[in-house]
Design a protein around this ligand. Structure first.
Ligand SMILES: [Zn+2]
Ligand SMILES: [Zn+2]
Length: 265
């Protein structure tokens, strides 16, 4: 007997074409996950909730939240959606499928782990290049307009940077020709990860407290609050790239100081 997930999948592929699912379906899932996961940190900031766990004392004014949302809606509709439509033939060419049965979980999860590792590697080097003088001034400074990030700032960036982020996200799937279900799950996890990294809150239940090598909010918040030439912490998901290439020294020093100072403050 088909599982509820497979029955749901059967419903999708019966009622919608592969093109509709891969473009509009992907867009709708992305928008829903992104805005639903990103809105709580704005609410916490506005209502002063969980301030004990807020990484920076500074708060963004409501106008800054609204400006971010307005620009995101514009870019998502005018950049992300057209890119999804234009890249559809490339995905079918690379072997993406939507038929049943769904792949086994061992395949889904190992592909997604590979995508996370590859994306982190590509993002690290691309992000370091974005911190060179010209590219920072003309492209990456948009993302750094928010020195006190909140969840939705994760995708607040220059269109050229959105394309680079898209490339890093899609490279793994492009190499492996996954099932559409795997692609959607990867996108959902990647969105949740980057929204959490920009949330501005480090909770006792934050994933970086439990997942080894995972960066999370504390790690990426440091990248935003320091001057662009001094920040380091360039990786998107894990901490080992910055450790291997020595770009996390400032962050590690600060962590050591905080650990030493515990009890006195
Ligand atoms: Zn940066
Ligand atoms: Zn960021």
């Amino acid at each position: 007997m088909a599982s509820p997930l497979e029955s749901f999948w059967q419903y999708l592929i019966t009622h919608f074409s592969d093109f509709q699912l891969a473009t509009l379906g992907t867009f709708i899932i992305h928008e829903s996950v992104f805005f639903l996961s990103g809105l709580p940190s704005i609410m916490f900031e506005r209502l002063g909730l969980f301030s004990k766990f807020k990484i920076q004392k500074k708060n963004n004014p409501p106008a800054a939240h609204e400006r971010c949302i307005a620009r995101l809606v514009l870019y998502h509709t005018c950049v992300n959606l057209p890119v999804m439509i234009v890249s559809y033939p490339a995905f079918t060419f690379m072997g993406m499928k939507s038929s049943l049965p769904l792949p086994p979980w061992s395949v889904i999860l190992s592909q997604i782990l590979f995508y996370f590792i590859l994306e982190d590697f590509v993002f690290y080097w691309g992000h370091r290049v974005l911190h060179t003088k010209w590219l920072y001034k003309h492209v990456h400074s948009i993302h750094h307009e928010y020195a006190t990030p909140f969840g939705l700032t994760s995708e607040y960036a220059h269109p050229a940077e959105i394309l680079f982020l898209g490339f890093a996200t899609i490279l793994g799937p492009a190499l492996t020709g996954p099932h559409l279900f795997t692609l959607w799950l990867w996108m959902i996890l990647r969105v949740l990860e980057t929204v959490e990294a920009h949330s501005g809150y480090h909770f006792p239940w934050s994933p970086s407290n439990f997942l080894p090598l995972y960066g999370g909010a504390d790690f990426h918040d440091y990248h935003h609050r320091l001057l662009y030439t001094k920040s380091g912490n360039y990786a998107s998901t894990f901490v080992y790239m910055d450790w291997l290439f020595g770009t996390d020294q400032g962050y590690r020093k600060l962590k050591a100081l905080k650990t030493d100072g515990k009890g006195s403050d």
